[in-house]
Design a binder for this molecule. Structure first.
Ligand code: SAH
Length: 363
């Protein structure tokens, strides 16, 4: 029986180098392969013309490059946000999003198929947890989006076809809890960061967590200057446990203590994500509690008016309430931004596209 092929994108540059060394080939061949895949958009080893034929054959027999199929793509008419639904080899689906802006192209990637955390406002958990994504499957989402926006296939050094763009920022804020799929996520962001990979600056790559403390402690020890975002969504344990079951296991006192330790250890700021939900967590008292909780912490708060999802009863507060909330934080010296709604016409809330697809399949 033919040996099962491996995904070449599951290997870090060092791992590929050691494979290549074991073939008595010089390790710089690994850099060539990386550049072909991540910079020049090669999708077959046969096209890697500066590799010896022997090595091309070896790779073709042992590995595959091609990624998942895009089974759905939605483009927002209002702001150009693009949402993709990918079908993986085993039939599982995951979402990736491109959020274009004048000076940057941000992509939002999934780390797992489904999610085990079951936050009550999030569509990702509604179908339960399926499995972790491999490193290569995380990278596939980035490569497919890069292909879709342009420059990857242009010769190195050229500007690429008119209108083509390169990914500048990555947020691990799609489906799943990245810090419970730790090794695959860290390897994937390492490859996105590496100059031979996608060459995206570490400070432009953000991992978002629901507050999984063991993962945060590990992440703190990473050498790279990757960013951390924590989904907070409430400033007291009763409310937070109601919105996010993980809070029962890792309550706010422990979570905030680890955040304080993180900012000291790394000398880096933390971004707190705070979804504002009408009549749930967006009152002036909630804002005051939040300001108290975060006092003295080197952080920024990203206020996100709730993105309506048909399966949930929650709604966003009025603009006035959002502004009041921000004002209270500002007066207390906590810096915050209000995230503008993107892609409202294309099921932009986390996990919504995947959910819609599953519902359609059931019909
Ligand atoms: N598990 C990680 C990574 C997922 S991030 C985490 O919780 O951080 C997904 C982000 O989108 C989180 O901040 C989540 O709280 C937010 N989100 C989910 N559903 C949303 C909705 N309906 N409206 C606005 N934001 C939502």
């Amino acid at each position: 029986m033919a040996e099962k092929k491996e995904d070449i994108k599951d290997l870090s540059l060092d791992e590929l180098k050691s494979r290549i060394r074991s073939l008595n080939e010089p390790p710089y061949r690994a850099e060539q392969v990386f550049e072909w895949i991540y910079k020049k958009g090669a999708r077959s080893f046969g096209s890697m013309t500066d590799l010896p034929a022997k090595l091309r054959d070896y790779f073709t027999n042992k590995f595959f490059i091609t990624g998942p199929e895009i089974i759905k793509k939605q483009v927002s008419r209002s702001d150009g946000t693009r949402k993709y639904l990918f079908k993986l080899n085993d039939g599982e689906t995951v979402e990736g999003v491109l959020i274009p802006a004048k000076d940057r192209q941000t992509i939002c990637l999934s780390s797992q198929a489904g999610c085990a955390f079951g936050c009550y406002f999030c569509a990702s958990g509604l179908l339960g947890f399926k499995r972790d994504l491999r490193c290569g499957e995380i990278l596939d989402q980035a490569l497919a989006i890069q292909d879709d926006i342009g420059e990857a296939k242009a010769p190195a050094g050229s500007k690429g076809p008119a209108g083509s763009k390169r990914i500048t920022n990555v947020v691990m804020m799609g489906t799943g809890e990245p810090l419970t799929n730790y090794d695959n996520v860290i390897k994937a962001i390492g490859i996105m960061n590496s100059p031979q990979g996608l060459g995206i600056g570490a400070r432009k790559i953000t991992v978002s967590t629901a507050g999984y403390i063991p993962g945060m402690k590990r992440y703190m020890q990473e050498k790279g200057q990757f960013e951390l975002s924590v989904s907070l969504h409430a400033a007291d344990d009763i409310k937070r446990s109601r919105l996010m079951p993980i809070n029962k296991k890792y309550p706010l006192s422990e979570l905030i203590a680890v955040c304080r330790e993180y900012t000291k250890e790394k000398g880096r700021i933390i971004t707190f994500e705070y979804i504002l939900i009408k009549d749930v967590n967006s009152s002036p008292t909630d804002a005051q509690n939040l300001a108290k909780l975060l006092k003295g912490l080197n952080c920024k708060v990203n206020l996100i008016p709730f993105n309506a999802v048909p399966d949930f009863k929650f709604a966003p507060p009025s603009n006035k309430d959002v502004e009041n909330f921000q004002e209270i934080l500002e007066k207390a010296g906590i810096s915050s931004t209000i995230r503008s709604q993107r892609g409202a016409d294309i099921d932009a809330a986390c996990g919504q596209l995947r959910l819609r697809e599953a519902e359609e399949e059931k019909c």
